[in-house]
Ligand binder design. Structure first.
Ligand SMILES: CCCCCC/C=C/C(=O)SCCNC(=O)CCNC(=O)[C@H](O)C(C)(C)COP(=O)(O)OP(=O)(O)OC[C@H]1O[C@@H](n2cnc3c(N)ncnc32)[C@H](O)[C@@H]1OP(=O)(O)O
Length: 414
């Protein structure tokens, strides 16, 4: 009998009801064994989803689903991967039977949390949930790639950025919208590469912006999970080296740099880009948030020096120590943002302005920027080095580890 068949007895007759998928529709076949006629009723998949939960996936469905996962073209993301992992373990081994990993073992801890959260869910239900998740995943990933064809796609040789140069303006756009433009290690390197290339190209000005509904969500917290053979100490040391070089690129960038943000900016990219940009344009929808303490971390991007100078020590403390989120209006009033535009006209107004700036004599702009910033350069490099060294210690603290683990496992509790 077919996996999704139900046999119903009607008097002396046995009625077989079979479910099958057909181009986005579930078909119900009703067949009477003694009758040649077959009745087929089609329903959209969504209508039948609830009814299907009552069914049980066979071992073969389960194996097919496992194979389907390997064929997914797009990474479904950590949350989904944790769900798949936990359901797989529950379906094959039953309730979580492993000792809880230590707090520093981030990946295994997140996996353990996800599996443990399934409690005593029966193996058959876990198997069915796994099959259903894979099936919904296949269709949602197919349809989302139709909706946003350009998203997260390789562009101009970059994996995580879209870089264009036109009308005297080089635009560096962070392009991991599905991850809220969190900065993974590759993105750090690509931004540095793009800034170095922009400093030498023909453009007069450079614009930094983000694709999607976040300018950036700061450091990609999964960066903390990829532990090298030298352990967490080596990881922290490498992170400090990378951050110092990254921020150094902003300090040394010779051309006018404009940060253009229509949406929230969180964490760490706002600091270097706010601190060193000639201008920061924001829509009235944007917010600015540096939750360093919440993450057991400390200020970076020279914000410990630039923010108190730009705002005031008291206001900078609220932002950098207490993690107070500022609206674009508040940030503008504090001097962190140059000008705020209505969201509806943001792109038009900002780009009109940028195009006008890009027509100004490039050398004059470069020299003017140099004279404004050069006196501070040495100081900024020293502050950068100190901040990175303090952060290196913070990354090894329980406070930081716990905050990262909390973020990574927050949605894995099913
Ligand atoms: C070389 C190292 C240098 C380190 C320097 C020090 C840097 C410090 C900082 O940057 S501090 C700031 C760190 N960032 C955060 O704490 C933000 C974490 N993210 C969030 O709080 C939220 O995701 C959000 C408020 C940005 C958006 O919330 P929401 O709208 O509910 O979306 P999701 O949470 O579902 O996010 C979608 C998707 O993106 C993944 N994601 C978002 N931000 C990050 C991030 N910073 N790191 C890793 N992944 C992130 C999120 O997990 C979701 O992925 P999924 O679909 O689940 O796979």
């Amino acid at each position: 009998m077919d996996k999704h068949s139900i046999l119903v007895c009607m008097g002396w007759e046995q009625l077989e009801i079979r479910l099958q998928k057909c181009e986005g529709w579930e078909q119900i076949e009703i067949s009477l064994p003694n009758c040649s006629s077959l009745q087929v009723i089609s329903f959209p998949v969504v209508q039948l989803h609830l009814n299907r939960t009552a069914m049980r996936a066979s071992q073969k469905d389960f194996e097919n689903a496992m194979n389907q996962v390997k064929l997914l073209k797009k990474d479904p993301g950590n949350e989904v991967k944790l769900k798949l992992y936990s359901l797989y373990k529950q379906a094959t081994e039953g309730p979580c039977n492993m000792p809880k990993p230590g707090v520093f073992d981030l990946i295994n801890k997140a996996k353990w949390d996800a599996w443990n959260a399934l409690g005593s869910l029966p193996k058959e239900t876990a198997r069915q949930n796994y099959v259903d998740l894979v099936s919904s995943l296949s269709s949602s990933l197919e349809s989302s790639s139709q909706v946003e064809p350009g998203t997260d796609r390789k562009s101009t040789g970059y994996e995580t950025l879209m870089v264009t140069s036109e009308d005297g303006i080089t635009k560096i756009m962070l392009n991991r919208p599905t991850k809220k433009n969190a900065l993974n290690v590759e993105m750090y390197h690509e931004i540095m590469h793009a800034l170095k290339a922009a400093s030498k190209d023909d453009s007069a000005i450079t614009v930094l912006t983000g694709n999607g509904d976040y300018y950036s969500s700061g450091n990609d917290l999964t960066n903390f999970t990829d532990i090298p053979p030298g352990g967490v100490e080596e990881k922290a040391k490498n992170g400090a080296v990378l951050l110092r070089e990254f921020v150094g690129c902003f300090i040394d960038f010779p051309k006018p740099l404009i940060a253009s943000g229509q949406c929230p900016a969180l964490g760490h990219l706002p600091s270097p880009s706010l601190g060193y940009s000639i201008a920061v344009y924001a829509s009235d929808r944007a917010t600015f948030h540096t939750p360093f303490s919440h993450l057991g971390q400390s200020p970076e991007g020279c914000s410990s020096y630039t923010f108190p100078k730009i705002m005031s020590p008291a206001k900078a403390t609220e932002m950098l120590v207490f993690g107070k989120k500022l609206t674009a209006g508040e940030a503008c009033a504090q001097g962190l943002v140059t000008e705020v535009f209505p969201d509806s006209t943001f792109q038009k107004e900002v780009w009109t302005r940028l195009k006008a700036f890009a027509k100004l004599p490039p050398n004059a702009m470069r020299i003017s920027k140099e004279i404004i910033r050069n006196r501070e350069k040495e100081k900024l490099h020293a502050v950068n080095a100190e901040e990175c060294s303090v952060l290196q210690g913070r990354w090894l603290s329980d406070e930081c580890m716990n905050a990262v683990v909390n973020f990574l496992s927050r949605k894995s509790k099913l």
